[in-house]
Write a protein that binds this ligand. Structure first.
Ligand code: SF4
Length: 746
């Protein structure tokens, strides 16, 4: 109230303050912009000048968090006038970003008013993929989906309907799981097999938690392992925190096949062969144990299986590992020593370590490294992030209603490791195409574009064309939406009240209040799922208004959603070394360097190098890897002008000597071939890649192309080059990187 008195009323007449909450919010913003000192209105006006915005024009500046351009995490100040976003900037007081935003965040409002945005529910009237649609009402669309799902359930059981999602963006991901559970289907299809599950679940089995990089406390050394954080901001840990640590004196090691931007700030860069991370981690373990550099008291008190591990890694000499990884053996030794002798050291591990069939071994080897060097659950190390007092995931998704889920899911039939609670894309398509282990005939898909994002896009196409019924909810017509039966227009995060980072294991949640109303007939995903739930499952599990989901999550914290919005974020308690009181949550109560349940789970007890993702083949002499662009999220946002201007074409990075050898020049169209398919991309000749490696762009389709051709989904799509013939046993992960390939000029 004092803020309101001090600042809020002084702002009237300059800003359109619609409510007391708005006044309070703007007053807070003024205070924050001024570093907590008394604020003057010109500060907001000066921010408008920065963006070229007019002054005294009824613009309101509202606080929210970015989302859907990646996991989201940057606190934003959004300028709104007449229900339109007219300016955006990072909130200097942002919990994670401290004023930082990337170009995606700045460009994100362009989605809302884009002429191609979906604005009404559509029903297919031609053949699948023919691009012929009829506009229908929400009532008709939901009735059509409900009728198809209920019919499928009657014929094949509830498990014959799958519910699919891509990258979790907000609470809708968990409302989808709730819908599947209440409907009775154990099959939520998600790309966890190539994103997060290997790290999270290997962590749970090895040390009882998912070891998140602690960027909030100072580290002496940061290891960026396959994490191009200035491009992807994965883990929701915004790179500004990492950059601040470097400014404060932390050393940086970069382990990446590409010379990423942060190499400039690093002490050491190890350019490893794609897909050999497990060999490198085992080589580090060898050096650290052989030279007795490990944390003896932690190993003694809190690990089990150390002697077995020590014996096991004897064969991973730096010389042997050098042959596998292409990294000189002395660099392997030096880097291992640096990690072991810098305390605390943190490993920021990115999801490329989960992009091949050996993901389990890689994640396990890295957790063993964290453990024996005493960097687990210490400030500035890899920690067990505790959630604030909010509703548990299991309660929110009503896991109690589907007790047999673990044994009934498609993945269980394939023997995946316990705790993997979503269905890998490869196993989902097997169920659709081969009815193994049982038929799946209908799909609800949201926040996803599987035709581009699953390995082996041709197989995805075949599977989707075989489904009896597909409903897709999205912002824009995508290649996947174009082969659906019903397409639903969704609201963007600026148009939804939402909670960010719930269920991600980072120990905090973020307030994402809406700043404008949804366009035309666009609905929040949560509202769609809530209304669909009422039609296909018992009404008592659903609400009159989807906002109740937000209130449910916050209830244990004793907060309403609007009180949470005023706070901006909620963070769990900062507690470290909890194991000293309770032990580790594993069967032995210790970090299991040797897994005690390995036999039961039918997995290797110790991390090992079982070979390259794909063995060398002289017909495919180059090694393919891929990278994500800082301008896009997977296959999204090629239609945003400001982003497309920055990266108009899919580019393939080729080393100058390799380009010369193949007669390829900068800007040439290049055919890239693997055993599984071929695509074309535009050559970028650069020494950021190794001579034997090419790095192609991920997620490309062309929104400007014809819908009847599914926006040229095959032409430059990385996943035309991948396959699901080989899958990791634990998570069903395919090889996305480290594949043999060849190139030629088109
Ligand atoms: S880094 Fe991520 S959360 Fe931050 S502005 Fe960019 S897209 Fe948004």
């Amino acid at each position: 109230m004092s803020l309101l008195k001090r600042y809020g009323r002084r702002l009237q007449g300059v800003l359109d303050l619609g409510s007391r909450a708005d006044m309070l919010r703007v007053a807070e913003v003024c205070t924050q912009l001024n570093g907590g000192r008394e604020s003057k209105t010109y500060q907001i006006d000066s921010s408008k000048r920065e963006r070229g915005l007019p002054m005294n024009d009824n613009t309101r500046w509202l606080r929210t968090h970015c989302a859907r351009m990646d996991h989201g995490g940057c606190a934003l100040l959004v300028g709104v006038k007449n229900n339109k976003i007219i300016g955006i900037k990072g909130d200097p007081n942002g919990f994670l970003n401290k004023g930082y935003t990337c170009i995606k965040g700045i460009a994100s409002p362009e989605r809302l008013t884009h002429p191609n945005r979906l604005k009404h529910p559509l029903k297919r009237v031609g053949k699948r993929g023919e691009g012929k649609w009829e506009r229908i009402s929400w009532h008709e669309a939901l009735a059509e989906i409900a009728e198809n799902f209920i019919r499928t359930r009657e014929k094949y059981g509830a498990r014959g309907v799958a519910f699919g999602a891509g990258t979790p963006k907000g609470l809708e991901h968990f409302v989808l799981i709730r819908l599947a559970n209440i409907f009775g289907s154990p099959n939520v299809v998600a790309p966890q097999d190539v994103c997060h599950a290997p790290r999270e679940i290997s962590g749970v089995h090895t040390c009882g938690f998912y070891p998140v990089a602690d960027m909030h406390d100072p580290s002496k050394l940061i290891v960026l392992w396959a994490s191009n954080i200035t491009s992807t901001n994965e883990e929701g840990e915004i790179c500004s925190m990492l950059l601040e640590q470097i400014r404060n004196g932390a050393d940086l090691i970069v382990i990446d096949p590409r010379k990423i931007d942060l190499v400039k700030k690093s002490k050491t860069w190890l350019q490893l062969r794609p897909g050999t991370d497990h060999a490198l981690a085992l080589g580090f373990l060898h050096v650290i144990i052989e030279e007795s550099l490990y944390d003896k008291s932690f190993v003694q008190d809190w690990t089990s299986g150390f002697d077995d591990l020590a014996q096991h890694v004897k064969t991973y000499t730096p010389e042997r590992v050098s042959d596998i990884t292409w990294i000189p053996s002395d660099r392997i030794r030096e880097t291992a020593r640096l990690y072991a002798q810098s305390k605390p050291a943190v490993i920021q591990w990115g999801n490329p370590i989960e992009h091949n069939i050996h993901a389990f071994d890689i994640a396990r080897a890295l957790i063993c490294l964290m453990a024996i060097c005493g960097n687990l659950d210490v400030p500035g190390g890899n920690v067990h992030a505790k959630d604030p007092e909010i509703m548990s995931l299991g309660r929110f998704v009503r896991a109690d209603l589907i007790p047999k889920k673990r044994t009934e899911m498609i993945g269980s039939h394939h023997g995946v490791i316990p705790r993997l609670m979503t269905v890998p894309g490869a196993f989902f398509r097997k169920a659709v195409l081969e009815e193994t282990p049982y038929p799946v005939k209908a799909l609800y898909s949201m926040c996803a574009n599987p035709l581009l994002s699953y390995a082996d896009s041709r197989q995805t196409y075949d599977a989707f064309m075989s489904l009896d019924f597909i409903a897709v909810a999205d912002l824009f017509m995508t290649p996947t939406a174009a082969i659906a039966d019903i397409v639903l227009p969704v609201a963007s995060q600026f148009e939804i009240d939402d909670i960010g980072h719930y269920g991600l294991g980072h120990g905090f949640i973020l307030a994402r209040p809406k700043v404008v109303d949804p366009a035309e007939e666009c609905w929040p995903d949560m509202k769609i799922l809530n209304e669909l739930g009422k039609l296909i499952s018992p009404q008592e599990y659903w609400y009159d208004d989807y906002h109740r989901f937000l209130e449910d999550v916050l209830e244990p914290a004793g907060l309403t959603y609007s009180e949470f919005v005023e706070k901006g974020h909620l963070r769990g308690p900062k507690r470290f070394r909890l194991y000293e009181k309770k032990g580790f949550r594993t069967p032995t109560g210790k970090v299991e360097l040797r897994l005690s349940q390995a036999e039961k789970f039918n997995v290797p007890p110790l991390p090992q190098f079982q070979g390259l993702p794909e063995e060398d083949d002289p017909d495919y002499p180059l090694v393919l890897t891929g990278s994500k662009s800082q301008y896009y999220l997977h296959s999204s946002y090629r239609w945003i002008r400001r982003l497309r201007e920055k990266r108009p074409n899919p580019k393939v990075e080729i080393h100058p000597e390799t380009a010369l050898q193949y007669g390829i020049k900068e800007g040439d169209e290049v055919i890239i071939e693997t055993k599984f398919g071929s695509i074309s991309q535009i050559a970028h000749v650069t020494d950021i890649v190794h001579k034997r490696v090419i790095s192609a762009s991920h997620g490309w389709w062309f929104p400007e192309a014809r819908e009847e051709e599914l926006f040229e989904w095959e032409k430059s799509n990385y996943n035309m080059l991948t396959s699901t013939t080989k899958l990791g046993k634990e998570f069903g992960t395919p090889n996305l990187k480290g594949l043999g390939c060849r190139i030629r000029r088109k």
